[in-house]
Design a protein around this ligand. Sequence first.
Ligand code: DC
Length: 218
Amino acid sequence: MNALIIAIDGPSASGKGTIARRLAAHFDFAHLDTGLLYRAVGLAVLKSGGDPSNTADATQAARALSPKSLNAEDPGLREDSTAQAASKVAAIPEVRRALLQFQKDFAAHPPGDKKGAVLDGRDIGTVIAPGAKVKIYITASKEARIQRRFKELQERGGNVTYAAVLRDMQARDARDAKRVVAPAKPAPDAVILDTTEMTAEESYAAALKIASEVLAAD
Ligand code: DC
């Protein structure tokens, strides 16, 4: 039987990560945060003193990555410097190629014998799982996303300014959307969910409704 796939795409601070995690728990599906793979590659390059925009440095790190043993709890993965490095390595075709099969396999054969998988990222509905049953592109206005990220970083106790969050998010959005391979964009058949005016709870409820309706219609 084919695995049921829920593809969740969208820009940073759109709320897609939380929504994906909660959908996976609700349906008892496996969950893969694909941004973590790019973050792990970016972090590895930074740690080794390399340049995340350098093809050789980034490709070497991507090929050396063991996605299965990735420790999602590593606080370094959540740093903003890591996010920037992730966005740089993610623009390199060889890096995307090195991470492709793991993601496709996860979607086709969800670990733990689960009957489905939720994957979240930028190119799930377009490249990783174009045949996904459910595709949702979660977005929000730039202002709303900057506010959310600013609040999140403040709550974590970081020394952060609104201007720095704005600058970093603009740089990352532009890089992710303009890259040549798998640019971040909604799949033509994705449902667009704009969460600008929604609370986190309302956003989740809206995504759950979309996914439940599509899966029930099967
Ligand atoms: O979702 P995130 O913020 O953890 O992602 C970090 C970076 O990784 C993001 O700026 C772009 C890249 N990325 C990607 O290119 N493709 C994905 N499927 C997921 C993330």
